[in-house]
Design a protein around this ligand. Structure first.
Ligand code: CDP
Length: 131
């Protein structure tokens, strides 16, 4: 069974979590996610995450730890999430997004998260709140 992993980044900086609003495809537009994308053949999940966040947001990041769990997206595609630290750059929506927000733990519910991202967001906020 070949399952493609989508790796999403819980990017943290100064006690806040980065949320990104999707602009495409139409069925996902307007919903918020942890930014990321598919792991390509030959890549580690960490390499894929660094690449996707660079391409989509223009930032340099350091993946930290995988958030426990995996969430099915559709047959053959599964979502994983990693915490990551912002190393350099100010995120800008360069590709798949039209708005970004840095959310403190108490602001987690202020955006309309994709349902499959919610468990990872909750865990990322729990980690942030405990720091
Ligand atoms: O850019 P790439 O094609 O590698 O990936 P993507 O289009 O960003 O994401 C692939 C699929 O994963 C889409 O169906 C997204 O909706 C889904 N996804 C998600 O459910 N949650 C995320 N945090 C990131 C992606």
């Amino acid at each position: 069974m070949n399952e493609t992993v989508v790796v999403a980044g819980a990017v943290c900086d100064r006690g806040r979590l980065l949320a990104a609003r999707r602009s495409a495809p139409p069925e996902l537009a307007g919903r918020w996610e942890l930014p990321g994308g598919k792991v390509e053949p030959g890549e580690s999940p960490q390499q894929a995450l660094v690449r996707e966040l660079r391409e989509e947001l223009g930032i340099e990041t350091e993946p930290l730890r995988r958030i426990a769990g995996e969430w099915p997206l559709r047959p053959g595609l599964v979502l994983h999430a990693w915490t990551a630290r912002l190393l350099d750059g100010e995120p800008r929506p360069l590709q798949d997004h039209d708005e970004l927000r840095w959310l403190a733990p108490e602001e987690a519910d202020e955006v309309d998260w994709l349902p499959q991202d919610r468990p990872a967001v909750a865990e990322a906020m729990r980690i942030l709140g405990a720091l």
